[in-house]
Design a protein around this ligand. Structure first.
Ligand SMILES: [Zn+2]
Length: 51
Protein backbone atom coordinates (compact mmCIF):
# COMPACT_ATOMS: atom_id res chain seq x y z
CA UNK A 1 0.00 0.00 0.00
CA UNK A 2 1.44 3.31 -1.04
CA UNK A 3 1.87 5.99 1.52
CA UNK A 4 0.13 9.23 0.69
CA UNK A 5 -0.19 12.64 2.26
CA UNK A 6 -2.79 15.34 1.87
CA UNK A 7 -1.92 18.87 0.92
CA UNK A 8 -3.99 22.01 0.65
CA UNK A 9 -3.85 24.01 -2.53
CA UNK A 10 -2.84 27.62 -1.71
CA UNK A 11 -5.08 28.90 -4.46
CA UNK A 12 -8.45 27.16 -4.05
CA UNK A 13 -7.91 25.83 -0.49
CA UNK A 14 -9.01 22.33 -1.37
CA UNK A 15 -7.09 19.33 -0.16
CA UNK A 16 -5.97 16.45 -2.29
CA UNK A 17 -3.79 13.38 -1.92
CA UNK A 18 -0.26 12.93 -3.19
CA UNK A 19 2.01 9.91 -3.16
CA UNK A 20 4.43 10.43 -0.31
CA UNK A 21 7.38 8.41 -1.58
CA UNK A 22 7.42 10.15 -4.92
CA UNK A 23 7.02 13.74 -3.90
CA UNK A 24 7.29 14.58 -0.22
CA UNK A 25 10.30 16.71 0.74
CA UNK A 26 11.19 17.20 -2.87
CA UNK A 27 11.51 20.53 -4.54
CA UNK A 28 8.95 19.80 -7.19
CA UNK A 29 5.68 21.46 -8.01
CA UNK A 30 2.42 19.73 -7.28
CA UNK A 31 -0.64 19.93 -9.44
CA UNK A 32 -4.03 20.76 -7.97
CA UNK A 33 -6.71 18.66 -9.66
CA UNK A 34 -9.42 21.14 -8.75
CA UNK A 35 -8.19 24.47 -10.05
CA UNK A 36 -5.28 23.33 -12.25
CA UNK A 37 -2.77 25.28 -10.16
CA UNK A 38 0.90 24.28 -9.85
CA UNK A 39 2.61 25.08 -6.56
CA UNK A 40 5.51 24.13 -4.34
CA UNK A 41 4.91 22.28 -1.08
CA UNK A 42 6.42 25.25 0.78
CA UNK A 43 3.58 27.43 -0.52
CA UNK A 44 0.87 25.28 1.03
CA UNK A 45 -0.68 26.38 4.29
CA UNK A 46 -1.49 22.87 5.32
CA UNK A 47 0.22 19.56 4.78
CA UNK A 48 -0.95 16.47 6.58
CA UNK A 49 1.67 13.74 6.44
CA UNK A 50 0.81 11.82 9.56
CA UNK A 51 1.02 8.12 9.04
ZN1 LIG B 1 -6.39 24.35 -6.29
Amino acid sequence: MARIFTIMCPKCKKEFEVHFGDLRHRDVKLHCPYCDNWFLQAESEKIDDRW
